[in-house]
Write a protein that binds this ligand. Sequence first.
Ligand code: CMP
Length: 140
Amino acid sequence: MDRTLILVKPDAFARGLTGEIIARFERKGLRIIALRHMTLARDLAETHYAEHSERPFFGELVDFITSGPLVAMVLEGPEAVRAARQVIGATNPLEAAPGSIRGDLAIEMGANMVHGSDSPESAACAPRTSRRSSGARPSS
Ligand code: CMP
């Protein structure tokens, strides 16, 4: 069994699509191991997206992911990282296949609804990250 970290991003949460998104992962066969409603603090967001720190869109990315409440989840299942990424679809929603979350529900690259771990190694950091109380503030 593998695990993957999923963030239902602030755009999806604000649009009231969290339930639909969770249902899609559950229908695929992934099981929720942990789930938390939170607003990411800037330092945790910068750590989470550290691999993109040199990209021109890094500031925008951190601004967006810290802009409002999100739902962070750890999902478990066979090949969980690959399975979740198939459910999510390509990074650019206009290139994501119909039937995927991004293909069905999003248009813009920034506001692309969901983040999924890109490897089992990055997913392995998820439980530590989601428990790091200094990095998250409770959502109202
Ligand atoms: P995500 O799966 O959260 O991982 C990194 C994020 O960076 C990605 O989804 C997009 O939201 C964002 N991203 C990737 N490429 C670009 C880009 N060219 N312009 C703006 N945002 C991007």
